[in-house]
Design a protein around this ligand. Sequence first.
Ligand code: ATP
Ligand code: MG
Ligand code: MG
Length: 406
Amino acid sequence: ASIQDSNSSIKNENVSVSVHGVSEKIMGVLGGGQLGRMLCQAASELAIKVAILDPSENCPASSLSHYHMVGSFDDSATVEEFAKRCGVLTVEIEHVDVATLDKLEKQGVDCQPKASTIRIIQDKYLQKLHFSRHGIPLPEFMEIDNYESAKRSGELFGYPLMIKSKRLAYDGRGNAVAKCEDDLSSAVTALGGYERGLYVEKWAPFVKELAVIVARGRDNSVLCYPVVETIHKENICHIVKAPAVVPWKVRKLATDVAHKAVSSLEGAGVFAVELFLTDSGEILLNEVAPRPHNSGHHTIESCYTSQYEQHLRAVVGLPLGDPSMKTSAAVMYNILGEDEGEPGFFIAHDIMRRALALPGASVHWYNKLEMKRQRKMGHITIVGSSMGIVEGHLKSLLKEDKSDVS
Ligand code: ATP
Ligand code: MG
Ligand code: MG
């Protein structure tokens, strides 16, 4: 089948219809990156059909989807056309055309999580306002729209100062640090100027970054995954340790804050809550993602129900699964792109090949056609009977890797 729409076309449509599956609903996913790909992988076990909408013909989820509509998830007509072909809509990226989702919802289209949630989350400043109104602890923040207000924010919050663009941020693209007042103008310019829509955050003096995946079913049941530690490199999630090695009280507080944050949002699905742990033992919220998340990749091998299967279950309306870990420890390592071209692929392939020989290791390669510096190309999860063991295996893997000795 194909549709006559200049903005989009259909690839890989599988027209067979099963009538005795776990769910007959076609789950439409806006976005077809690695998160969409892993959603498709989880869906295949339950024979749930996942359709994806992504502009790139060779996006990571394309070949694994029930069908792939090639088109923009930020284009109104395309999103509407896609929605007609799905029983329920969800996202694997928050930078989608939310006005159209809103309109579709009013017409009775089922969106999970709700368009209202995507709207709050896709604008980080709105998100901060929302969570502060709900009593969630977070770094102080303020909107800036000219040099005067930027200077005032520096006087209020001190330096270093984190400047963020409100919208379209990911992997730290959208963040700039001003170390002192003299840095303000260049940091703002680097982000595209005040017109882009900026705000600042007080520097969070964190000792660790933590994350919690929270799942909410359509019946409003809520389950939290174990707290993990995320280690970033140049603002990109690089290593995840599960469970986080922190005192019980910290795990409890992090879980409570994550639970409370997600409870303030509407709709079913998994949500990732990124947190800062400060030296005084305080937990501050960084941001929430309304979808599966990098910090939950490890759940594929280490938990009874992966975050991807959980998201499917939640969105199509099946009972939620057990989020607890079935292994004592797991560590996830993101394979980030090196310089463009063959040499970069050679380094990545070399690390994957060596990981294949590691005890407890699973290799995920996202099949992106092009490599760019810092692009997420794949990941490796190592599970084992203690954090010491899995970290030891990761160290041995990285020791031989000339590109990345951590
Ligand atoms: P993601 O890929 O997680 O969506 P993003 O582009 O939305 O990332 P943030 O999560 O806002 O970016 O920030 C990226 C990283 O920058 C954080 O994980 C943290 O290491 C650092 N960071 C963010 N905000 C602050 C802050 N207020 N103080 C200190 N460090 C910060
Ligand atoms: Mg983000
Ligand atoms: Mg983040």
